[in-house]
Design a binder for this molecule. Structure first.
Ligand SMILES: [Zn+2]
Length: 474
């Protein structure tokens, strides 16, 4: 009998292998040195292996950990300050984001990590300004992450409506140089749990020479370009005015539409443009909760998928979503798409679950390692408690109801165990590597200070949140 690190067994495994959800009944998984080495019938696995740790999850379903393909945890400390408003960035976010210090961003971001892990996220697609601090935190916490520092050369200033952005060469040089340095320092670190992507903020925020240098670096270093693409009419306006073409057509012309590009949002692209991006091998991240709250738009995931592209899900950020729950994103992706097309058969629960797991892994170019439970892949898995009221009753014969219940009725608290590389990070619903109470207290302390610092600008900008506050509606 082979001695290994861990055996985990449960009545229900959803491996996500194949084209569906890869269901296995009465199964077990053998884990050694961070990897899955076998998965199958419990009696066969327990006959072949002896685990140092044996987890018997008798009323659970086991799944691959969720992949949150697009987040900005550096603004998580502003949760709940910027929703239900037009011009989200200007009226909602900026009065407070303008006064944030790097330390406040870092401390608030940790709250996002403990929140997301609780909800079953094991891979964090974080795009933020303090990425080196995030690298250190990810290394210590034990999660997996694709981390992207922001690169731009469009100068920070208040532009008149219709004014073209000014490019600041020194800023572009500095932010691109930082991205390269962070790539060299952190890519593949934390026992391979950290990947570094290149992060042009958007086609409008970067000059052509800067975009070309980023593309060359991504190809040379064989890593992804994580970029907001056609995220709004502001971007479309800038690109059309500057280059005489809409963003997708222009990106195609400069060689950006290919498998290196992870395109976030695509909310201002038309169907033809979306199909072109998918056909070129670009992958997409849809953030239904965030884009619903910020723009009142349904991300065009279904069009992208129908054109053959891979779509992952992202929770984006806390001041306009307002959470990092992949269970929430799965439900919203499915629901919004059904509503948009007035078709209940669009984006069924099993498809939403694939987007949060294996298809998200494909979008990130990581399906060789994660996204499904198969021998050879990393042992990133979660156990969902089927005795939570929202998961009950459980039907097993002839009809199973666990996937629809997970997508449409579960809350994050149903996630009872989370492991990355076979290491338990959450057990019985408690964090095992982080002091959650301390992280919450530090974020709370920041909030008291930020509220006071941002107040004058909040009232001066006088967005709809200020009006609601005055009228006693918040
Ligand atoms: Zn974003």
């Amino acid at each position: 009998m082979q001695q290994i690190d861990m055996i985990i067994s449960a009545p229900h495994f959803y491996t996500m292998e194949g084209d569906g959800v890869g269901y296995l009944a009465d199964a077990a998984m053998a884990v050694d040195r961070g990897k899955i080495i076998a998965i199958g019938k419990k009696r066969d696995i327990t006959a072949a292996f002896a685990g140092e740790i044996v987890l018997e999850k008798n009323h659970h379903m086991i799944l691959p950990g969720f992949i949150d393909a697009h987040m900005h945890t550096d603004i998580d400390v502003l949760r709940g300050l910027a929703q239900d408003t037009k011009h989200w960035m200007m009226y909602g976010l900026s009065p407070f984001s303008n006064v944030l210090t790097g330390e406040e961003e870092t401390l608030g971001g940790r709250l996002g990590y403990v929140e997301a892990l609780r909800g079953g996220t094991t891979t964090f697609g974080d795009f933020n300004e303090n990425i080196e601090e995030t690298c250190r935190f990810v290394e210590k916490m034990g999660v997996r992450a694709c981390l992207t520092p922001e690169v731009r050369d469009a100068a920070f200033k208040i532009y008149e409506p219709g004014e073209l952005y000014e490019f600041d060469t020194a800023m572009g040089e500095r932010s691109f140089g930082d991205n390269l340095r962070i790539f060299r320092q952190w890519h593949g670190k934390a026992q391979g749990r950290i990947r570094i992507f290149f992060g042009p903020q958007g086609a409008d925020f970067c000059s052509l020479p800067l975009l070309q240098r980023i593309k060359k670096a991504a190809v040379e270093n064989n890593t992804k370009i994580h970029m907001h693409v056609q995220q709004g009419d502001r971007e479309t306006y800038q690109i059309v005015k500057r280059y005489g073409k809409r963003p997708i057509a222009w990106l195609d012309e400069i060689g950006y539409l290919d498998s290196y590009l992870l395109a976030v949002h695509l909310t201002d692209a038309n169907e033809e443009e979306i199909r072109l991006a998918a056909q070129r091998g670009t992958s997409m991240v849809a953030c239904p909760g965030s884009i619903g709250i910020i723009d009142g738009i349904v991300p065009p995931a279904a069009v992208f998928q129908e054109a053959g592209g891979w779509v992952g899900l992202g929770s984006d950020q806390a001041p306009g979503n307002n959470c990092h729950s992949m269970i929430n994103e799965m439900k919203l992706a499915a629901l919004f798409t059904k509503i948009k097309y007035q078709d209940p058969e669009k984006l069924p629960a099993w498809k939403a679950l694939r987007m949060a797991t294996i298809e998200g892994a494909r979008a990130l170019g990581m399906d060789g390692e994660i996204g499904s439970l198969e021998p050879g892949k990393r042992a990133d898995f979660i156990a969902v408690d089927l005795e939570q009221p929202t998961m009950m009753p459980v039907f097993t014969e002839p009809m199973r109801n666990m996937v629809p219940n997970l997508v449409y009725s579960a809350s994050g608290s149903a996630v009872e165990t989370v492991a990355v590389d076979g290491r338990l990070l959450l057990g019985k619903g408690r964090h095992l590597t982080e002091d959650e109470e301390m992280i919450k207290a530090q974020a709370q302390e920041c909030a008291q200070v930020i509220g006071k610092k941002g107040a004058a600008q909040f009232w001066r900008v006088n967005g709809s949140n200020a009006a609601m506050m005055r009228e006693g509606k918040l």
